[in-house]
Ligand binder design. Structure first.
Ligand code: CP
Length: 312
């Protein structure tokens, strides 16, 4: 029997229901066991074709979508736009229609422009998955973050998370805020005033400008990378000063709960937003997040592509 999400595309967490998020996390729990097998291959998506279309660099997201598809026996094609006809000036629309003509079942897209996955979803019969669009959304990152928290704490409802750093440019922060709030979590955001959008209070989060009060009593601290590639400059004086005011180090961690979970979507800037001692320390879940990214992306691919339920 095939089960799935009652939607063609996964474009963001903003329009996901708590039930859909729960279904994805529960499905990912079943998928995770496959990683521990000697032979990591199930027939679930045999005959399905997945295209990874990445207009921006990626290590974690692109690789984990590829592994997820291959472990489920799908045919996975990776397109790096630097070596595609995009460099000859082909538009997103023409690239999308060209790919559609080859009958893929799923197109995973990362793009610097917010809304690019929505445009593609409107053009294609294939399911479209947003793997990060500008500063807008990165839904599978938020889902793997929730999966990692639930795996550690057994629940999401009632937990409190502080998201610290460059909130303004962070698609990870936006997708996490939507998803965490839907699942009954309390959320704080913290960063320099220049990196906190004005609409934050409308999302039901508390806003802090100093890290110590922001992380006190939190169950989770999620640190974010300074996204220099999306900034015009001038949002803070120097990286050194940013680190001094907003970086998470062992000394600053004393303000947090003893068993606080430390998260970061990666890639990390060691010594800027997070010190090596914290990133590699006992409460860091950074590599758990990466590991769980495969299981969550398997779940999303399976639920959208309508694969068979068997994982044998
Ligand atoms: N977290 C994340 O999206 O990492 P990549 O840019 O390496 O995919």
């Amino acid at each position: 029997m095939a089960v799935g999400l009652k939607r063609k595309d996964l474009l963001g967490t903003r329009d996901l229901s708590p039930e859909e998020i729960g279904l994805i996390l529960d499905t990912a729990t079943s998928m995770k066991e496959i990683a521990s097998r000697d032979i990591k291959k199930v027939p679930t998506l045999r005959g399905k074709t997945i295209i990874n279309l990445f207009y921006e660099p990626s290590t974690r997201t692109r690789t984990s979508f590829e592994i997820a598809g291959k472990w489920m026996s799908a045919d996975v094609i990776n397109i790096s736009t630097g070596s595609s006809s995009v460099v000859k000036g082909e538009t997103l629309k023409d690239t999308g229609l060209t790919l559609q003509a080859m009958h893929p079942d799923v197109v995973v897209i990362r793009h610097a422009a917010a809304g690019a996955p929505q445009i593609l979803a409107g053009l294609l019969k294939a399911s479209v998955i947003n793997a990060g669009d500008g500063a807008h959304e990165h839904p599978t990152q938020a889902l793997l973050d929730l999966f990692t928290i639930r795996e550690k704490r057994g629940t999401l409802s009632g937990l409190k998370a502080a998201i610290v750093g460059d909130i303004l440019h962070s698609r990870v922060a936006r997708s996490n805020i939507f998803a965490m709030r839907k699942m009954g979590m309390q959320v704080r955001v913290c960063g320099p005033a220049t990196m906190l959008p004005r609409y934050m209070d409308r999302l039901g989060v508390e806003v802090f400008h100093r890290i110590e009060p922001a992380i006190a009593d939190m169950d989770i601290i999620m640190m974010l990378r300074i996204q220099l590639e999306r900034q015009g400059g001038g949002l803070f004086p120097t990286l050194r000063e940013y680190s001094k005011l907003f970086g998470l180090n062992l000394d600053r961690l004393k303000a947090a709960k003893q068993d606080v979970l430390i998260m970061h979507p990666g890639p990390i800037n060691r010594g800027v937003e997070i010190s090596p001692e914290v990133a590699d320390g006992p409460y860091s879940l950074i590599l758990n997040q990466v590991e769980n990214g495969v299981a969550v992306r398997m779940a999303v691919l399976y639920l959208l592509a309508g694969g068979q339920t068997t994982t044998n």
